[in-house]
Ligand binder design. Sequence first.
Ligand code: HEC
Ligand code: HEC
Length: 331
Amino acid sequence: MRVLLKVLGVLVVSACVLAVGGYSYLLLAYPRVGPAPDLRVDATPERIARGRYLADHVAVCTDCHSQRDWTRYAGPLKPETYGAGGEVWDETVGFPGRLVARNITPASLGAWTDGEIVRAFTEGVARDGTPLFPLMPYTTYGQHMAPDDAQAIVAYLRSIPARTQQIADRTLHFPLPLVVRTMPARANTRAVRPDASDRIAYGGYLTNIAGCAECHTPVDARRTPLAHMRLAGGQEFPLPNGLIARSANLTPDATGIGGWTEAQFVEKFKAYADGRAHVPVGASDFNTPMPWQSYAGMTTEDLAAIFAYLQSTPAIRHTVEKVGRRPAATN
Ligand code: HEC
Ligand code: HEC
């Protein structure tokens, strides 16, 4: 008996040492990115203009980093909150905790270096070393965005009006605080922006940095994207009213957008450019998380390039019901 107790004791102690060791390892070894790159962005008017276009309409930084008016379809931005953060993702939309978009106006990023800002949105680490939650698609930006496009975004963010807004700290349910440390990764500094005359390649670039696949690829129970179903739609977005929005199949199959013309595709987006599609919606109505308003500001040529790219991807048969309903709570 004494021997057994002793063995058990040793096992318990070793388990604790391993747990503490593993925990400290995660804290010390991650996030696994280096110091912020040492760079100084030269803010020419052309750069600022390119940065504005990307931040507002392609990478849609300002869509997440402003608050949205969910009493209207597709949640148009509340202009008075532009760039100041404050939009919340919590359990009402299926998030395991509470995440708040941060203030990215000069009121908050003023003291950050250019390299620290680039590292935050392309590698996922804040100025103070905090690993960021990957709701912001930093891995996608980091793998695909050409460095001069990333720098153009920094030039633009430096030029927007400063807005003061206190942002509440995030809460992440266990084990997310540990998982989130392992997510940041070094950016690909050799990513290139193809020439716009190569429509399919350029459309692919835009599709990547616009994060279309982040939402339009179905995920497994651990929220890992199903690689063989890339862009085939069906990822679920719980809405606070109990409904579910499912992303569309964007592949050229008949169950996707195979039958669409380029003009129809472009018009879908442009309907949100002048506000006419942002009709009022009631609390129990369907709404969409897709940032239609922001993308609507893309040029017709860029939307057409995205369409050309999507039509060149493998056709995947996948019928998606756009509107679903969450099962009633069982407890
Ligand atoms: C899908 C929504 C979303 C998009 C798109 C997005 N972000 Fe974020 N961003 C967030 C959230 C949420 C956080 C806070 C994450 C956290 O607290 O873990 C964040 C954090 C940041 C931070 C860190 C700020 C701080 O004070 O720690 C910066 C900088 C940033 N984003 C810049 C950008 C830029 C630039 C873009 C566009 C290239 C962008 N974001 C696109 C949601 C988004
Ligand atoms: C935040 C998640 C999200 C992002 C990012 C996103 N979508 Fe969507 N998208 C959805 C959801 C959900 C729907 C279904 C509801 C709706 O029609 O808005 C949808 C619907 C669509 C539709 C179908 C419209 C219809 O009437 O059948 C098209 C086309 C589309 N998205 C294209 C894109 C493209 C192209 C991008 C990138 C530029 C993109 N989406 C980015 C979530 C997203």
